[in-house]
Design a binder for this molecule. Structure first.
Ligand SMILES: NC(=O)c1ccc[n+]([C@@H]2O[C@H](COP(=O)([O-])OP(=O)(O)OC[C@H]3O[C@@H](n4cnc5c(N)ncnc54)[C@H](OP(=O)(O)O)[C@@H]3O)[C@@H](O)[C@H]2O)c1
Length: 398
């Protein structure tokens, strides 16, 4: 392949961008949960044609670059270009470093979307450059960052990315005055919430919700409900926060993800315990006391507000007193997405990015989490490997 005709620079840029878009699509086929990032890789011949593709299928499987190289086993890869969504790793896990594998294959050029922030795995770009390979980073970096958002956040801050789910009436209530709360939102909103459960590593509720609602906290996505993939479906770790004990016959002890009961009221402690278990993405599903605690601690990175066209006028609100006394101190988020789900609306909002003194910006929640990050163990990219649906949810979306 080394003898192929070189491309014009502009044509080459277009081909590289297209290859990166394809690599991102491939990466998205990997599991969004688990300790490892989703990564895709496309290998191009000098004439710009695609020689091989690969993506990472989760912890314990080949990295994207290794998967692409394996798919091109009988091809001479000397002089080719690798387009990868995340910087190739430089560390020995179960497999040799991807940077070394690319070097051995004779890859001449590497284009990366996102530089790996993980100190254990980083350094692949430097290793490749040292060996004479041209390495460019930042190609479609925004799209790469978006794909890896929870993972990058967890690795950069040392604590899981926190999504807070709220399912409310138009007036922000989660239950009527008598405590009934079943089905404020409709089936499409509930189905969407289950797909989110299937994407996260862990779900947390307070003991109040665990005792009042007896939820199962399983991911009941259509494939699981229909039994197509029930055996292998990912079920997130189920986390209950608070001191009270759960009854022996609690549904949380039934089929589903592992149950972890954390006898604390401190959200930072919760996140540190989960970081120690390589949890990258936590979904907090309430109730109001736990939601308020995470918001007050500044530990919510993303809000999923499912709002139903229902008015209650009285009853518990989704969020309690945040200690805010004036509008200027409101906890503000930035709308990322608005989606109609049947009669309901989902608003996905993210912690506002704040300008820092040095002119850079940072996630508000990440800033506030500095304390928790300080005592949370460093997360790492690892090669270690990382139920059944419940048919009778009792209350709102459990
Ligand atoms: N519509 C919805 O989307 C939705 C979602 C969830 C819940 N709900 C409703 O909300 C109700 C339960 O509300 P809730 O606020 O009691 O539930 P909760 O937030 O799940 O649980 C509160 C309990 O958790 C413990 N806890 C954990 N962290 C705490 C902290 N930082 N500060 C104080 N206590 C902490 C305390 O119990 P210990 O004494 O055991 O420590 C506290 O009483 C249920 O009726 C449920 O149906 C509705």
């Amino acid at each position: 392949m080394t003898q192929a005709r070189p491309l014009e620079e502009s044509a080459r840029s277009r081909i590289l961008a297209a290859a990166m878009r394809r690599a991102l699509v491939l990466a998205a086929q990997g599991p969004p949960h688990g300790p490892n990032p989703r990564v895709g890789c496309v290998i191009l011949a000098p004439d710009g044609s695609v020689v091989a593709e690969g993506f990472h299928r989760g912890a314990g499987t080949l990295h994207a670059e290794a998967a692409a190289l394996a798919n091109a086993r009988d091809v001479d890869l000397r002089g080719t270009t690798a387009v990868v969504t995340l910087e190739p790793c430089a560390h020995h896990g179960r497999t040799p470093p991807c940077a070394d594998a690319l070097l051995e294959a004779g890859v001449a050029e590497v284009h990366v979307a996102v530089v790996d922030p993980n100190p254990t795995a980083a350094g692949g770009a430097a290793r490749l450059r040292d060996a004479g390979v041209r390495v460019e980073t930042g190609l479609l970096a925004d799209a790469g960052e978006e794909l890896l958002r929870p993972w990058l956040h967890a690795v950069r801050t040392g604590r899981p990315y926190v999504t807070l789910k709220l399912a409310t009436s138009l007036d922000g209530r989660v239950a009527a005055p008598d405590g009934t709360s079943r089905w404020i939102t409709g089936p499409q909103a509930r189905a969407h919430a289950h797909t989110v459960r299937a994407q996260v590593d862990a779900i947390a509720v307070g003991t109040g919700t665990a005792l009042a609602d007896d939820p199962s906290l399983t991911a009941r996505v259509p494939e699981v409900a229909e039994g197509h993939d029930g055996g292998d479906a990912h079920q997130p770790l189920r986390v209950v926060v608070g001191h009270r004990a759960l009854p022996d016959d609690a549904r949380l002890r039934g089929p589903g993800g592992e149950l972890l009961h954390l006898a604390t009221h401190d959200p930072a402690e919760v996140l540190a315990a989960l970081a120690a278990r390589d949890v990258r993405h936590l979904l907090v599903e309430g109730g109001p006391v736990l939601a308020t605690a995470f918001l007050t601690a500044g530990l919510v990175d993303e809000l999923h507000a499912y709002v139903a066209p229902v008015l209650l006028g009285a009853g518990a609100t989704a969020v309690g007193d945040l200690g805010i006394t004036t509008i200027g101190d409101a906890a503000r988020f930035e709308t990322h997405e608005v989606r109609r789900l049947g009669d309901d609306v989902l608003v996905v909002a993210r912690a506002a990015r704040r300008a820092a003194a040095d002119g850079t910006t940072a996630d508000g929640a990440a800033d506030n989490a500095a304390d928790s990050a300080a005592h949370a163990p460093a997360t790492r990219r690892t090669n270690e490997p990382d139920g059944m649906p419940h048919a009778h949810p009792t209350k709102e979306d459990h």
